[in-house]
Design a protein around this ligand. Structure first.
Ligand SMILES: Cc1cc2nc3c(=O)[nH]c(=O)nc-3n(C[C@H](O)[C@H](O)[C@H](O)COP(=O)(O)OP(=O)(O)OC[C@H]3O[C@@H](n4cnc5c(N)ncnc54)[C@H](O)[C@@H]3O)c2cc1C
Length: 527
């Protein structure tokens, strides 16, 4: 007889393993199927946002993650942008995600993805209800109204099995077979441009970049590349580098001078030893929806795109944090199908806009700038515009604030829209990420939030709090009350009562209790 699990996960990349950890901590039985046994040594997915570090905090492995960092501490995570080459007179060091740091509980981090994956795999191994099958390939899946069946086979062996689950989540990357098997199409911009990803070691490049303040990445813009980046990233400080850039169609590892390319972009000669050269197509591809029946997709399976701005892994982990508690709620009987559907309704528009406005939009912004301004045509005009670019980059970072104001399970404002565009604020707003604030105990609000819903009751009355706790009891929904005064920083929420979801997004906030706490809580779980 096939073994049955509450959730089957296909793909043990960072998103799949992150979901296994998230669900494992929620007491859900999980089978994870990953065809690779070891970890890839490509140093991608390095730029981790403060929000991603919050996830690692809640998964109980943030210190382990920070301990794996290869870069010395402190060493700025932000980068240099230069015009023409890294020897050019035109360069600046734009701010990066550290400017939104005050609105999150954790600091940014930078480390190769294989090290983040190592930490996640180690955390998953501590969870007895998660069964990981490394070295097994998912073959085909079927679903009906009672569950899902997945045929798997042992890589390089004769093992064949069928797993049964209540739900299945495909975290199987950009070429997702899960997405194909359930027939979900993808849309987005295809640039018809081949890109190279090279990993190399060069101490001379490190020495040659000492003219700049210490930085982790170096992006070169040139008019002929239409807004595509020529991009160096440090793996450590001193030797390890990765590089990506557009290359002509038909380029292979054997017919192109990659050493010449990186020296040309740097603007000076240096020795380099290559460890890896690979290719990908420049394309933003977003699945049209993220669910069909009992099957979901998340991470690169749902959205893939060039690594411009570090949105991929960070958004993939947000997907599974959004989905994880909703699966728990449904499995444990306090959720609903409507709550599960809200995963796609919340996450899909966010990534569509991230792809269109922040990734494709950034390429277009750079392309237009490079067409319009050129120091050889009009030096004074170029210099003025170049100086203004820095401001533009800060604005883009500050307005990337994904929120679910239009979600059916959020008590958002009338006409609210679920969007990647917003404003970072301390105020507690329905549909937005909760900002951290200190409590009188000296702890942070985030240290008191648990795995379920939380009610922040700062200066609220017992009757107002009681209405929430009674409603939660009658709906059998986990709710933790965090009481305190409404001063000492907490006044920044501008609400005496704030209802927070298990993924740290605000459902509702107000100074007086809602008209009916039970109606509000029912809405929050789609009942
Ligand atoms: C050069 C580069 C730099 C990047 N930089 C950043 C960055 O700074 N910040 C950021 O957020 N993101 C970045 N990204 C993106 C990030 O690496 C990806 O978004 C991330 O890997 C997605 O994780 P995932 O788990 O969804 O998919 P993947 O990492 O692709 O994992 C999918 C897994 O599924 C497995 N699988 C597939 N099919 C099957 C099957 N049939 N059976 C069993 N297993 C299967 C695969 O073996 C794989 O392990 C970068 C990417 C690149 C290429």
């Amino acid at each position: 007889m096939a073994k049955r699990y509450q959730v089957i996960i296909i793909g043990g990349g960072p998103v799949g393993v992150g979901l296994a950890v998230n669900l494992g901590l929620r007491g859900i039985s999980v089978a994870l199927v990953e065809r690779r046994v070891g970890l890839s040594n490509i140093p991608k997915g390095q730029n981790l946002s403060p929000r991603t570090l919050e996830h690692f905090y809640f998964w109980g492995c943030v210190d382990q993650l920070r301990a794996e960092r290869l870069m010395p501490r402190p060493y700025p995570i932000s980068g240099i942008t230069a015009y023409g080459s890294l020897m050019s007179d035109y360069w600046f060091a734009p701010p990066q995600r550290e400017i939104v740091r005050p609105y999150y509980f954790q600091d940014v981090e930078r480390l190769p993805q294989y090290l983040s994956e190592k930490v996640l795999r180690a955390r998953m191994e501590t969870l007895p209800n998660v069964e990981a099958r490394f070295g097994w390939r998912a073959l085909s899946l079927e679903q009906d109204d009672k569950g899902v069946r997945l045929a798997i086979s042992e890589e390089g062996g004769s093992g064949r099995e069928t797993l049964e689950g209540d739900y299945l989540v495909g975290c199987d990357g950009a070429r997702s077979q899960t997405r194909e098997q359930i027939g979900i199409d993808r849309g987005g911009a295809d640039y018809d441009q081949l890109m190279v990803l090279a990993v190399f070691r060069s101490r001379e490049l490190h020495e040659g970049l000492k003219r700049f303040p210490g930085r982790s990445t170096y992006n070169v813009l040139r008019p002929e590349y239409k807004g595509y980046w020529q991009f160096f990233g440090r793996i450590d400080v001193g030797e390890g580098w990765f590089f990506h850039a557009p290359v002509p169609a038909g380029t292979t590892t054997d017919n192109y001078d990659f050493h010449g390319l990186i020296q040309n972009v740097a603007g000076f000669p240096f020795k380099a030893e290559f460890d890896h050269v690979g290719f990908w197509d420049l394309r933003v591809a977003v699945a049209e929806r993220y669910q069909l029946g009992r099957v979901f997709i998340a991470g690169d399976a749902a959205h893939s795109h060039p690594p411009y701005g570090g949105f991929g892994l960070n958004n993939g982990l947000e997907d599974i944090v959004n989905l994880g508690w909703k699966l728990e709620a449904e499995i444990k009987g306090w959720g609903s199908d409507k709550l599960l559907q809200s995963y796609s309704e919340e996450r899909h528009p966010i990534f569509r806009e991230t792809g269109e406005d922040f990734i494709a939009g950034r390429i277009e912004w750079d392309r237009q700038f490079l067409e319009r301004y050129n120091p050889e045509r009009n030096r004074a005009e170029f210099e003025r515009a170049w100086a203004e670019r820095k401001e533009g980059i800060s604005d883009r970072l500050m307005t990337y604030e994904p929120n679910y104001e239009g979600s059916p399970v959020i008590a958002g404002p009338p006409g609210g829209k679920t969007t990647a565009h917003g404003e970072h604020m301390y105020k507690a707003r329905a549909g937005h990420h909760l900002a951290p604030q200190p409590l009188s105990s000296g702890k942070n609000v985030f240290e008191e939030l648990g795995q379920g819903f939380a009610l922040l009751a700062f200066g609220a009355s017992d009757a107002e709090i009681g209405a929430f706790t009674d409603a939660a009891r009658s709906l059998n929904l986990p709710l933790k009350v965090i009481r305190d005064t409404q001063s000492g920083g907490r006044e920044a929420y501008e609400a005496k009562l704030t209802l927070v979801r298990p993924d740290q997004y605000v459902v509702w906030a107000g100074d007086n209790g809602p008209a009916d706490a039970k109606t509000l809580l029912s809405k929050a779980v789609g009942r």
